[in-house]
Design a protein around this ligand. Sequence first.
Ligand code: GLN
Length: 313
Amino acid sequence: MSFPPQPPQPYNGQPPYGQPNSGQPHQSQPHQSQPQHSQPQHSQPQQYEHSQQYAAPQPHQQQQSYGRASRMNDSNLRLVWVYPDLLSTYGDRGNALVVERRARQRGLGVQRIDVRSDQAVPTSGDIYLIGGGEDRPQRLAAERLRADTGLVRAAENGAIIFSVCAGYQILGHEFINDLGEREPGLGLLDVWSTRGEGGRCVGDVLAEVDPRLGLPQLTGFENHQGVTHLGQGVAPLATVQTGRGNGTGDGTEGAWRDTVFGTYLHGPVMARNPAVADMLIKLALDVNALPPADTTWYDALRTERINATRQPA
Ligand code: GLN
């Protein structure tokens, strides 16, 4: 597995996902003392050979396909919001609204699919969003997602997955559930979560994103007891300037590999950081730029929260 690429390259305007790979299946290396749970083998991410500027469609072109046809099934972006009935704390629902809005601002059609926990997760989505949750709903969600297998199969197909807090922990190898037991996750990210010994990590966060992702500073809100440890198969999503992030004391926040992302940031994080939503849309379209879209209200929120975090009341 070539991810994360070594050494890190500065973002060059290309999606950082098409790195040559060794052809070896993803081998995660969790902490020695943590036995691995069943981990699906990832198919290798597709090589992105046709990065291009996305042009907003003209009305008569609405039915054309955009970007990489292998990911975009038709002209609609298929946006799957996983388990809104279990995982949507602190307004994480807003992430689905923002991704949908940012896509529509570019003239894209969006098919939003809200998948309750008693429904099957479709495997043909382009972008999957999974939010945070309290400890018990988090366990229930993990049980259902393991049994359903739809999200794992979607990941094997190269789907884009963005997860927050409880959702991030579920994407890892394991976490500590509400019963104090080790609960298997989906193994889609090479991370595993323990329960922090100190107080909960609560408060506003400022973080600098992995430069390969070409994103501005992240602002968000965290509230978690879990501490997430990163294995060799992921890179930190960001480095905290303010806040705790993964809670390991090393300043890392979140994790990512290929098209799978995890963060502890609520806010909702897309409302405070619309560039994250735009990044997911670019990945889905296999383009490295989108037409500009108004960010007036996002910018006002960003500025207000960044200033408040730098100068707490
Ligand atoms: N229950 C998890 C924890 O406390 C996740 C919390 C959340 O999603 N906000 O670590």
